[in-house]
Write a protein that binds this ligand. Structure first.
Ligand SMILES: Nc1ncnc2c1ncn2[C@@H]1O[C@H](COP(=O)(O)OP(=O)(O)O)[C@@H](O)[C@H]1O
Ligand SMILES: [Mg+2]
Length: 262
């Protein structure tokens, strides 16, 4: 098998409903479509990444939970080719147990990192869908990650909570993962019919120094429909505005030179 030099990207924002899972599914699928070998890891007990990729989350013997508990190995937990070139480690509500079972256990922050380390030469991209919280599951994701991609919804409170996330990322860099870099901020659910979306984009750009993706993800009903069919957008509706946007984002991610972002 050809050697890959995988980049682990955590899709994180402690706010719910900002487009983390939609971005995880469709960025992963568009990277896979472009020929990259991709692994998607569901780190949210809601299991939306799993169902969104057409996998029945309740009927899995091995999930992220068993993987973190060392009750299975990565080969057992991985579902091969949920779409071409895209493998998945599924999750369901059992994963919530991690947050309580491991309180105070030393080195718990490093479990996912140690699990994924051996996969970096087997995949080009490993995409981690984080839960809407800054607890142990997100910390594990940010410790394992090379980069973090932050989706921001184009709404009035977009900047609210972002400073807390950026502060957490700084803490991670100082303490647990000195090499972590912010891959970029990506605007989601942009509504071209309102001035508000444009104002939000301008306002965030004025207030942040981080890399911001040129690609802006539009609000697109096909993106909201696709998960109920268990399909990523590029397969559900290849000609939609959502497909076009996530293909562009995938191109930008591929072009991103991580060492320049440090
Ligand atoms: N660009 C978009 N256009 C339309 N609906 C979207 C878009 N992005 C996300 N959604 C919808 O918004 C809701 C929240 O998105 P989701 O990706 O689940 O957010 P998160 O994972 O951050 O909680 C979902 O119902 C999803 O289908
Ligand atoms: Mg989600």
């Amino acid at each position: 098998m050809a050697k890959h030099n995988g980049r682990i990207i955590a899709i994180a924002n402690q706010k719910g409903g900002v487009g983390k899972t939609t971005t995880s599914i469709n960025l992963a699928a568009c990277l896979a479509e472009s020929g990259s070998k991709v692994l998607a890891v569901d780190m949210d007990p809601q299991g939306h990444l799993t169902t969104g990729l057409g996998i029945d989350k309740e009927n899995q013997e091995f999930t992220t939970y068993e993987l973190i508990k060392d009750a299975c190995n990565i080969g057992e937990a991985m579902i091969i080719n949920v779409v071409d070139n895209l493998n998945l480690v599924p999750a369901n509500r059992t994963l919530a147990g991690i947050e309580v079972e491991y309180v105070g256990v030393p080195n718990m922050q490093f479990i996912l990192k140690n699990t994924l380390k051996s996969l970096k030469d087997k995949f080009d991209y490993i995409i981690i869908d984080c839960p809407p919280a800054l607890g142990l599951l997100t910390v594990n994701s940010l410790v394992a990650a090379d980069t973090v991609l932050v989706p921001i919804q184009c709404e009035f409170f977009a900047l609210d909570g972002l400073s807390q996330l950026l502060y957490t990322i700084d803490l991670m860099k100082e303490n647990l993962n000195p090499d972590l870099v912010i891959e970029g901020i990506c605007f989601t659910m942009f509504d071209s019919r309102t001035n508000l979306s444009l104002q939000v984009v301008e306002n965030v750009k004025d207030n942040l120094t981080q890399n911001i993706y040129k690609t802006v993800i539009p609000r697109n009903v096909r993106l909201a429909e696709a998960p109920s069919h268990g399909l990523p957008i590029n397969i559900y509706d290849p000609k939609s505005a959502g497909t076009e946007a996530y293909r562009e984002l995938a191109k930008e991610v591929k072009k991103n030179n991580i060492s320049k972002l440090k």
